[in-house]
Structures are given as structure tokens and as C-alpha cells.
Write a protein that binds this ligand. Structure first.
Ligand SMILES: O=C(O)CCC(=O)C(=O)O
Length: 352
């Protein structure tokens, strides 16, 4: 899993100095080391010092090795017993994954109580279509509730999200969802990716956590298996789509734009309270109507690649529509095109 990636020693052996690059998964460190004075940064100052003295290479390697082992141990502990290689393979092949039992009964009770309270006290956004209300949501819940922030950045969920993505992720946005028990219509078939004002974000994904039992009749989600591979990445998808296709159509009419998707296998996993699904941002999905007489509560959190940058402009109607105020995470509005997402608002989720 980790490798001593490169050891370059200029000049004759034994070298007086060397550049050492150590890589472990997404983590890497590059250091210039001198046999006498230890590791240095670019300006020649000791990179690590102890009591004012440079730390020698051997101590530094011990320190790094220990850190690496602790990181591997603690993140594998969080996914152990939940995520197998087979599940990762399933996610990469099909673009979604059902993970049962992510939360225990106590956690579900606490998060559901907070979700219900938030729909009473917070500003809500409603998505209404001609056929009825698709759903209501409260946006950016991690900014409004410490309890919900714990769920948005739940260590097991974020560890699994990164294992599925295969690289470091950061929080992009969260939405607490309510599909009403009456008058609710289905969630139309769509692709999330076209609504996200992001680039360099090929592994963006959503975790959808059920806070109540969600049988098929309560409006659980249907995924088109493998569709994330048919629809090519982000902005580039316009190359595959007919030239006249708008971003809105690519987002909301994927079966018309890419007719091959009509032949994808559709999978509709019912969820118990505390189960969750992960889906890739390009996976075509929808949800049924709620016919049960009980509301459907869930939390959808989107994590994006740690290197994602702001790329506005493709779904203008969302940005301009005041009814969709809660659609974009609040502080995106201050960003310039091409800006990296700031850690202060979009924290990296790695918790190892
Ligand atoms: O909850 C729903 O009905 C749909 C949610 C969804 O489309 C998503 O989380 O990407």
C-alpha cells in the first residue's frame, strides 16, 4: 500500500544529500536531507527541529513511519467489517453501493429527532413540479446544527467515501431531505454532476443516509447500474451529447440525451433506518413517490475531490432562481472561476 517512491542521490556514493519522496495512498512527503544536518526545506532551514537542533534522517523516518502506520490503522479500523474489496469493486462498476447498518439504533434516534426539529426551526427549500412536491430540504445542515455536523462528517461514512472514491475528498454540501407523506411526487431521473459548479472533481459522490425505514413504497432511490461510465466526466460530457443539448437537458433528461441508458439495469434497494447508499455524481438516478402516509427523512451529503475547483455557469437557472436560494452552498458565491474550494468552508474529510 505504501512505497518508498523515489530516492535520488546526486553525485558520488555515499551521497552527502538526497531528496526523499515517500508516498502512502494520497499522502506524500518530499524532503531534502543532508547526512549531517537532517531534513531541510527549500530555503535551507531545517525542516524539522528538536530543541533547536535539526532532526536527523533516521529519526525523521521513524516519525513518518509511525504516522503512516497510525493513519492506515485508524482508517482501516473505520471501514473494517463494513467495506470489502468486493463492495468497492461493485461501486466502481455500477456507480452506486448500498451499505446496510451504517448507523446504530441510538444514532438513528438522535439524528432523526434533530432532523425533525430542523424542519420546524430552519428555513426550508421546496422543489415543486406540476405533478406535486418532489421534496423539501434544509441546506448546509453542518452550519446550522452541531448534531448534523457530526453526521455530515461521520468518521465511518467519510472513511468509506474516500475508499470508494480512491482519493482524498472534501465536503461540498449537505441537504436534509423530506419527502412528504401526502402530495409528494417522484424525484425525476437525473444526473447530479451537471448541477455541481465544479471542475477537477471526477470522483464526486453523494451519501444518502436513511433516517427512517425507506421501503420501495416510501420513495427509495433507483440507480441505473453503470450509467456513470456511459456519461463521460463533467464538462466533457457535452462532447458525447448532441451539440444542441443544454446542461439542463443533460441533467434532467439523460435517457433522451443518451438513449443507450434506457437499457441499463435499474436497481431499487429498499433501506432500513441507518442504512445508506453512495452514488457517483454521474450515476443516473431517481426516487419513487411516497405512498405510505409517513414522511421520508434522509440526509444527502456530497463529497468532492480534495483538488476540486469552482467552475460556475452551467446550470444558470439554479443560480439565478431565488426559490433555489438554498441550492448552492452559501459561500460559493464569493469564489472566482478556477478558485480551489477553501478549507474553511469545504473541509477535507479525512479523519485518520
Ligand atoms: O431523495 C431523493 O428523492 C433524491 C435524492 C437525490 O437525487 C440525490 O441525493 O442525489
Amino acid at each position: 500500500m505504501w512505497s518508498l517512491h523515489r530516492l535520488i542521490s546526486p553525485g558520488a556514493i555515499p551521497a552527502r544529500s538526497a531528496t526523499l519522496i515517500i508516498t502512502c495512498g494520497w499522502w506524500s512527503v518530499s524532503l531534502k536531507c543532508d547526512r549531517k544536518t537532517g531534513a531541510h526545506n527549500a530555503s535551507g532551514r531545517p525542516f524539522f527541529t528538536s530543541a533547536g537542533q535539526p532532526v536527523q534522517l533516521s529519526y525523521l523516518c521513524l516519525y513518518i513511519g509511525r504516522k503512516v502506520l497510525m493513519t492506515i490503522h485508524s482508517s482501516s479500523e473505520k471501514v473494517a467489517g463494513i467495506l470489502s474489496d468486493e463492495m468497492i469493486g461493485h461501486y466502481r462498476r455500477d456507480g452506486f453501493l448500498h451499505v446496510p447498518g451504517m448507523l446504530n439504533a441510538d444514532e438513528v434516534r438522535g439524528y432523526l429527532a434533530e432532523a425533525q426539529a430542523m424542519f420546524e426551526r430552519e428555513q426550508m427549500v421546496s422543489w415543486d413540479e406540476a405533478g406535486g412536491n418532489v421534496m423539501d430540504w434544509v441546506a448546509d445542515v453542518e452550519l446550522r446544527s452541531d448534531v448534523m455536523r457530526r453526521l455530515v462528517l461521520h468518521p465511518r461514512i467519510t472513511a468509506i467515501a474516500e475508499a470508494l472514491a480512491g482519493n482524498a475528498l472534501r465536503l461540498f454540501k449537505s441537504e436534509l431531505l423530506l419527502k412528504r407523506q401526502q402530495g409528494a411526487t417522484d424525484t425525476p431521473m437525473h444526473i447530479d454532476d451537471f448541477a455541481f459548479p465544479l471542475e477537477d472533481a471526477p470522483n464526486t459522490l453523494t451519501v444518502w443516509v436513511a433516517l427512517v425505514d425507506v421501503p420501495v413504497e416510501k420513495g427509495c432511490m433507483t440507480f441505473l447500474a453503470g450509467s456513470h461510465r456511459l456519461v463521460s466526466a463533467g464538462m466533457a460530457s457535452s462532447e458525447d451529447a448532441p451539440p444542441e443539448a443544454s446542461w439542463e437537458d443533460m441533467m434532467m433528461k439523460p435517457l433522451q440525451i443518451w438513449p443507450d441508458l434506457n437499457w441499463s439495469t435499474r436497481v431499487t434497494p429498499p433501506l432500513r433506518a441507518g442504512d445508506c447508499t453512495f452514488h457517483h455524481a454521474r450515476t443516473v438516478h431517481m426516487a419513487g413517490t411516497n405512498q405510505t402516509g409517513q414522511p421520508r427523512y434522509s440526509l444527502a451529503t456530497v463529497y468532492t475531490d480534495a483538488g476540486a475547483r469552482y467552475a460556475p455557469g452551467h446550470i444558470e437557472s439554479y443560480a439565478d432562481d431565488e426559490n433555489m436560494e438554498g441550492y448552492l452552498p452559501q459561500s460559493m458565491k464569493g469564489l472566482q472561476p478556477g478558485d480551489p474550494l477553501p478549507n474553511s468552508r469545504f473541509p477535507k474529510i479525512r479523519s485518520g
